[in-house]
Ligand binder design. Structure first.
Ligand SMILES: NC(=O)c1ccc[n+]([C@@H]2O[C@H](COP(=O)([O-])OP(=O)(O)OC[C@H]3O[C@@H](n4cnc5c(N)ncnc54)[C@H](OP(=O)(O)O)[C@@H]3O)[C@@H](O)[C@H]2O)c1
Length: 266
């Protein structure tokens, strides 16, 4: 009887595994990864699993599947997720935990489309589920070098969240009962603005338009769909879309979520 975590060589999946290993016996855990060579030494059973290919054998014998969302242009991403959900149903998985996004079913964010479609596909299988509707990571916003913080978020606020707190919440869900058909909105404990973040790290906040931001991100070499998606998130932050603070994360992890100030110091 196994719990399998996908994406375990990624940032979130590897942290989920670390926390899960402190809560569940290693022989009840497995991971699926695209490149098993990258997963040597994880201390659990490693299976090959690429969402672009067949996955029914990957998920065979799995009771609880933690599906970490993958990246890509919308249509490719949706096809990957639906492939994984179909395989989970074929393999007889009994519970699916899925890493979704805030308010996936109602959010105006363009990236919510993928998560809405995936949540709907999971519901349609009749398999019990837990939706971990992850807020934006603090880590997305920590400055990577000198210079101003540039965004299209204007004066908007965001209740972002430490990736590791989200991983801990996922491990709690995997290791405790009572999460069947639950939808958790996982945010930080406070919504902050980019002006505040800039003051915190000793820089300034340059407020630019959506078009300028897309052009700037493309100029850094990001693929068009990523530049558009990131700018869309910021514009929506400016409209207050990601500002609501929810209690679910604190309830799951049993402490106040890591603040942006703490994340910045680290
Ligand atoms: N909430 C946020 O702020 C935020 C920010 C960025 C992304 N996300 C979403 O949350 C997910 C997890 O975040 P993260 O920080 O862990 O991202 P990450 O480090 O990029 O991890 C993504 C994982 O997805 C795996 N993957 C990609 N394509 C795949 C495929 N075709 N089949 C199977 N696995 C595939 C990757 O495998 P490899 O290890 O083989 O590359 C990796 O393990 C992301 O994939 C994205 O959907 C959320």
């Amino acid at each position: 009887m196994t719990t399998l975590i996908t994406g375990a060589t990624g940032h979130l999946g590897s942290l989920i595994l670390e926390h899960a290993l402190t809560r569940l016996p290693a022989d009840r855990l497995a991971v699926s990864v695209r490149d098993p060579e990258k997963a040597v030494g994880l201390g659990v059973e490693v299976r090959h699993g690429d969402f672009d290919g067949p996955l029914t054998d990957t998920f065979a014998g799995v009771d609880t599947l933690l599906l970490v969302s993958v990246d890509g242009p919308d249509e490719i991403r949706i096809a990957r997720h639906l492939n994984a959900v179909r395989a989970a149903a074929e393999a007889g998985v009994r519970h699916i935990v899925y890493t979704s996004v805030s308010d996936a079913d109602t959010s105006p964010l363009s990236l919510a489309r993928v998560h809405k479609a995936t949540e709907e596909a999971i519901r349609a299988t009749g398999i019990t589920f837990t939706f971990l509707r992850n807020g934006m990571y603090h880590e997305n916003y920590l400055p990577q070098g000198p210079g101003p913080i540039v965004t299209a978020a204007a004066d908007g606020r965001i209740a972002s969240v430490a990736r590791d707190d989200l991983a801990l919440a996922a491990a709690v869900v995997l290791s405790t009962p009572g999460h069947e058909n639950a939808v958790y909105e996982l945010t930080g404990a406070r919504a902050w603005s980019f002006d505040e973040l800039a003051a915190l790290v000793g820089t300034t906040h340059d407020k630019v338009s959506q078009e300028e931001r897309v052009a700037g991100l493309k100029g850094f070499g990001l693929p068009d769909f990523v530049a558009e998606l990131l700018a869309d998130i910021e514009v929506n932050i400016g409209r207050g879309v990601l500002a609501e603070v929810r209690p679910d994360l604190e309830k799951l992890i049993g402490r106040t979520p890591t603040t942006i100030e703490e994340a910045t110091r680290r």
